[in-house]
Design a protein around this ligand. Structure first.
Ligand SMILES: N=CN[C@@H](CCC(=O)O)C(=O)O
Length: 348
């Protein structure tokens, strides 16, 4: 049993749901967990009843701040829920296979991190220590989901959370896993203390990562040490410049080739929302991919038989140039679109 899981009940979810006469909404079809039963048992029971996919939130910005970045990623999950739950429920999405589980319980960690400045070296160290504690909780909750035979869709927080997910899946499968990441950053920085820029490096050093490919890695947003470390690990990438500037191959060709090379182990599907132009994120860009490019990436990766989870991270609604309300709207729409792309690809 995990004491780091905040399971949602009807009372928790109700304030986020709206109704419309003669229209069924997604929230009226997706399942909630029975809070009166041990969570692992309840998830096993849910799987027996046909549930396949689990929505899980991580409401933190400790990781991006511990990486000297901006805050705000704690609101990505809320932005998503408000949009996703109120979509019309129709024949195009199998909402009855989806469980809204809840969120990783980390309010003590976020409180401890709240007033720490990443400009103060001692406080930066503290932020990185808190991020390592967060990793353990993410791993524990993800272990439950994988043990129950369910497929997690993990939303919100920084890209630091890839480590807890990868650790859990690798231990569950008892073998290092593969990952494909749609991201301008390889997140393969030195193991200098935990943060959002080194999750895949820690996973590799801990022998949880067998093979790793970055789609859209920006040639000018990764330092030479990162590029050298990727090469030393024999990991690969298709750069943003190769795909979008020089047009050496199409996005579809790049994804299909990479996925073919990643077929030999369970696959993690990762999207950093800072790959998309104009998204409210810690590392805001107007030189990225389109939303439909990201949806296409998710579609292709989810269609792969060995894909085991989807991780959508780094949305930070407060980083929208027009303010947090616009950021909540944009982040909610885009994360919902990516979850829809995953669920629709899995249904086919
Ligand atoms: N997950 C993001 N990693 C980026 C962050 C860049 C930024 O915040 O500007 C990185 O480490 O390079």
């Amino acid at each position: 049993m995990s004491n780091h899981l905040h399971i949602y009940d009807e009372a928790t979810v109700k304030p986020w749901c709206s109704s419309r006469a003669n229209e069924r909404k997604a929230w009226q079809s997706i399942a909630l967990l029975d809070t009166g039963v041990d969570p692992l048992q309840a998830m096993h029971d849910a799987a027996q009843f046909g549930i396949k996919y689990v929505l899980l939130g991580i409401c933190e910005d400790i990781g991006p701040r511990a990486n000297l970045g901006n805050g705000g990623a704690e609101d990505g999950w809320q932005a998503f829920l408000k949009r996703f739950l109120n979509q019309p429920d129709n024949q195009f999405l199998a909402n009855e296979k989806v469980l809204l589980l809840g969120e990783v319980a980390i309010s003590d960690l976020t409180l401890a991190a709240r007033d720490l400045s990443n400009q103060n070296p001692q406080q930066l160290t503290q932020l990185r220590q808190l991020c390592a504690q967060l990793d353990q909780r993410v791993e524990q909750v993800l272990s439950l989901i994988f043990t129950a035979g369910l497929e997690p869709i993990v939303i919100g927080g920084g890209h630091n959370n890839c480590l807890g997910i990868i650790r859990a899946l690798s231990k569950h499968k008892q073998r290092p896993i593969n990952a494909i990441n749609f991201d301008p950053h390889a997140d393969f920085r030195d193991c200098e203390g935990r943060h959002s820029g080194n999750g895949f490096r820690y996973a590799y050093n801990e022998q949880h990562l067998n093979n790793y490919h970055v789609i859209g890695m920006h040639e000018l947003k990764n330092n030479q040490a990162i590029i050298d470390a990727l090469a030393a690990a024999q990991f690969s990438y298709d750069s943003y410049q190769a795909l979008q500037v020089r047009r050496e191959k199409t996005l579809t060709e790049a994804c299909q080739q990479a996925l073919y090379n990643l077929i030999d182990a369970p696959l993690g599907v990762e999207v950093d929302l800072d790959s998309i132009s104009l998204m409210p994120v810690s590392a805001y860009t107007n030189c990225g991919f389109s939303v439909s490019d990201a949806e296409h990436f998710v579609h292709l990766a989810a269609s792969q038989v060995n894909s085991q989870y989807l991780h959508l991270c780094e949305a930070a609604p407060n980083q929208h140039p027009s303010g947090i309300q616009a950021g909540m709207s944009d982040a909610g729409q885009v994360i919902t679109a990516l979850v829809n792309a995953y669920l629709q690809a899995k249904a086919n």
